[in-house]
Design a protein around this ligand. Sequence first.
Ligand SMILES: NC(=O)c1ccc[n+]([C@@H]2O[C@H](COP(=O)([O-])OP(=O)(O)OC[C@H]3O[C@@H](n4cnc5c(N)ncnc54)[C@H](OP(=O)(O)O)[C@@H]3O)[C@@H](O)[C@H]2O)c1
Length: 298
Amino acid sequence: MKILVTGINGQVGWELNRQAAKGARQIIGLDRVALDITDHQAVGHAVACHRPDLLINCAAYTAVDRAEEEEELAQAVNGDGPARLAEACRPRHIPLIHLSTDYVFDGTGVRPYLESDAVAPLGVYGRSKERGERRLREVLPEHVILRTSWVYGVHGHNFVKTMLRLARQHRQLKVVADQWGCPTAAADLAGVLLTLADRIAAGTCHWGTYHCCGATVTTWHGFAEQLFALCQGRIPLKVEQVLAIASADYPTPAKRPAYSVLDCGKLAGRLQITMPPLVESLAAVVDELAVQQEDGGL
Ligand SMILES: NC(=O)c1ccc[n+]([C@@H]2O[C@H](COP(=O)([O-])OP(=O)(O)OC[C@H]3O[C@@H](n4cnc5c(N)ncnc54)[C@H](OP(=O)(O)O)[C@@H]3O)[C@@H](O)[C@H]2O)c1
């Protein structure tokens, strides 16, 4: 199966490329320079030229705070990009897997969000991703949208990398403890994308929107504590105390949902796909970062 992947240099794209290299699938990975998904002509050309069996969109504008000042760009990438890709796929009957976010919800829920729950994004990033989902559904029925959350991994920028950098510099850290969500390892997500690719190849995939996130519900503070516990004896850190603070004490340009836990029951029920708990996936990332550190790369 030939799979065209956009955003190959992002957290998820990079993991997808590395995992696919171990299997029989042929990945054509394009970074932003090779394919800018806001460029209509370039998208058409890439799809016509590579003639993939499947397209996976890992490209996105993910700077949640900066998006508040760059709405036009965020909308061009996240709001219009998926439909632009879908338009190129439609005449050639190429299915598209797209990634979306828990930030399409406003976070006022009191139980894990279902795919059928009403969306109400709080900021520009969430609005742009919601529009991207909606326009993709209008253009191409043969799609899977995976909504995920709190993505981390060994490659790229993420909460884990930021916490480790700060924990090497400071004895005390303050981390938000009133936002609830599910951290998701980019490697686990890449595994799901490849499983879906296999299902599509076998003709056994069910199109639609699915929630797909790590199996552990926590706060950013809980996530940091779990990280530092796993680092003990592996990655030397200066941090001694991790204080729990409220979002109000750490103001950011973009408002984030207080509770964005996703219910992944549909993914388990219809596609028999489940995700691992945080401690398992985070331990794998810490292992890899520890090796990088021993090699002097961290
Ligand atoms: N990160 C999270 O916590 C999170 C949470 C929920 C959902 N998601 C969703 O999961 C997906 C993957 O996220 P990620 O964490 O892997 O993101 P990421 O690490 O920020 O990667 C996104 C990639 O897209 C590229 N890109 C940006 N604009 C582009 C354009 N116009 N054309 C082509 N490529 C472009 C970026 O390239 P440059 O680096 O060159 O800009 C980057 O390599 C996204 O759809 C995101 O919305 C992420």
